[in-house]
Design a binder for this molecule. Structure first.
Ligand code: GLN
Length: 314
């Protein structure tokens, strides 16, 4: 069934792990969340899960890290399931061309964030999930969704990271209050931010994250159950948003270099999707100036090239 493609992938992953180990320019850890500033840039992990179920894990692919903004793919999925297209009255679908935590567009655009993956957009999406629930229930729903998709009940929230961001998240508080002033948030700002900080603080390994992303590579269905997580059309659209907005003002560069839908987080993780082929997670904590993992992007560029997985062809 698998034969040479497994061997090819295994070799590609091993070569990439070796190359990444020797890289001296490893980027800089996010320091605005104090707890993340303590993470060593020595780490590099990768996990690839092919559509036939083949799993290849390399380097530190089983070490949990803070998924941060990668959680925004999953909160978007949940919120679309809950409110459907009404979501698009609260948030747009255009790349922002601005940093992930930027506030400038919000005033000009009446408090409607450009897309669900910048902080303002993700806070608005979290607010939709929270409506009708207590913060604890909404957070439980998000965490259970991650555990279900990863097929692993041990996925958990790093409370230290959540508390660290809560203490220092003044900019996110500004974004949330500003949106609230336009009526874009329904719930008390503190509640929405609490849920947001905690879902960003979910800790997962590359293996768990690649498992959770499988439905995006497989037309919306979860191979563990054979059941649809979302309809194929919705999976296609989430992938489109990941391609155009998943790396903030580095999204064009990521599409140019890697050619796959992807979502990064300031913990240094990236979830990438090779539609019909594989779900891929990489992690290296050092970031470039747009807040995207430096080695993670290089590794994905190499993997997509070696495997011929770019959605744009060779
Ligand atoms: N929790 C982080 C923040 O809100 C997420 C940002 C990111 O991963 N790009 O600032």
């Amino acid at each position: 069934m698998m034969g040479s493609s497994v061997g090819k992938l295994q070799t590609a992953v091993e070569e990439i792990v070796d190359e990444m180990r020797g890289m001296s320019e490893r980027g800089t850890v996010a320091s605005y969340i104090p707890e993340l500033a303590c993470v060593d840039t020595k780490y590099f992990g990768i996990a690839v899960i092919e559509s036939d179920g083949n799993v290849i894990v390399g380097g530190d692919g089983d070490v949990p890290f803070s998924i941060q903004s990668i959680s925004k793919v999953f909160t978007l999925t949940l919120a679309l399931g809950k409110v459907g297209n009404r979501l698009w009255t609260r948030v747009g679908r255009e790349p922002s061309g601005s940093p992930f935590n930027s506030i400038v567009q919000l005033e000009r655009e009446q408090g409607i964030p450009r897309n669900p993956f910048i902080n303002a957009g993700a806070i608005a999406v979290t607010d939709l999930i929270l409506s009708g629930h207590q913060p604890r229930e909404a957070l439980g729903e998000i965490l259970r969704f991650m555990q279900f998709l990863a097929d692993d009940p041990t996925v958990t929230i790093d409370q230290e990271v959540a508390a660290s961001e809560h203490r220092t998240g003044f900019r996110n508080a500004a974004l949330a209050n500003y949106m609230k002033s336009f009526g874009v948030l329904d719930n008390p700002v503190d509640f929405t931010l609490g849920v947001y900080f905690h879902h960003c603080a979910i800790a997962m390994s590359c293996r768990q994250l690649a498992m959770a992303g499988r439905f995006l590579a497989q037309n919306g269905s979860n191979p563990s159950t054979g059941l649809a997580v979302v309809q194929p059309e919705r999976a296609r659209r989430i992938n489109a948003l990941m391609l155009t907005c998943g790396h903030y003002d580095g999204s064009g560069e990521f599409a140019y270099r890697v050619g796959l839908p992807g979502k990064s987080g300031v913990g240094g993780g990236i979830l990438a999707v090779a539609p019909g082929k594989a779900s891929i997670a990489v992690w290296s904590p050092g970031l470039d100036t747009t807040g995207n993992s430096r080695l993670g992007q290089i590794a994905l560029e190499k993997l997509a090239k070696k495997m011929g997985w770019s959605i744009f062809g060779a």
